[in-house]
Design a binder for this molecule. Sequence first.
Ligand code: AMP
Length: 279
Amino acid sequence: MAIARDLATLRREVAALRRRAGSVALVPTMGALHPGHLSLIALARQAAGAVVASIFVNPLQFGPAEDLSRYPRDEAGDLAALRDAGCDLAWLPTPEAMYPPGSATTVEVAGLSDPWEGVQRPGHFRGVATVCAKLFLQTGADVAVFGEKDWQQLAVIRRMVRDLDLPIRILPGPTVREADGLAMSSRNRFLSPAERAAAALLPATLQELAAGLRSGAPAAPRIGAAEARLRQGGLLPDYLALIEGETLQPLEAAPGDGSARLLVAARLGTVRLLDNLAV
Ligand code: AMP
């Protein structure tokens, strides 16, 4: 596996991969890799001849009061995991390589960036869209793989690609979960053992709520009850909503055609847990 830390090396290595393998898939990550990330590498390998993974903890998507400095970093472990997973090239830009002094251009996906995570983290999706646009243009990848775990992010990126005619296909990968249903996340390591045990209530509540809403029952009372259950279990929901999967608009009931999604973020100690499920 090749490693690039500056743009000139990246472009040279990607050109060589493209000559050798024909097509290139990109998996953008912030590192601290877990099996969820590696499932995206596996998907990428099926989708293209060569795989590039980026590891970049993007300062632009963290708010001033957020966890940028304590975000987990494990470069050696990540590189070993990528190598084992069959990744061809790791792109590890420094913040200065990604945002040279004087950088002034950002990408804003209006509307989709505003609700849900956008309320909790103003400017977050501007940072996400900007870095993803840059990663797409830097690598020239044919396809980029994103986890359904971050549902709103996936919706924002799809819209950006459509709106800007970016020549890349977005391929979603299903959420990889722990045995008790908790969605894998780099931030789960910050849960104490007691919090980790309590966290299983989140996927269990989502599952139960999805089952109850599948028949088209009114969402509001059931969502209220589910939020109360989360609070009783020590989880503080920032939002729990039934939404249309593409527009992210709230729904009063599920239409029953699989287009609805439950979207949740809840705080447990210092950790925010994000999850979502098809209804
Ligand atoms: P992150 O490193 O958290 O920015 O995530 C990088 C990519 O991995 C994003 O596309 C995420 O949606 C995806 N991802 C994170 N956790 C999971 C998971 N448990 N299952 C599948 N994909 C995931």
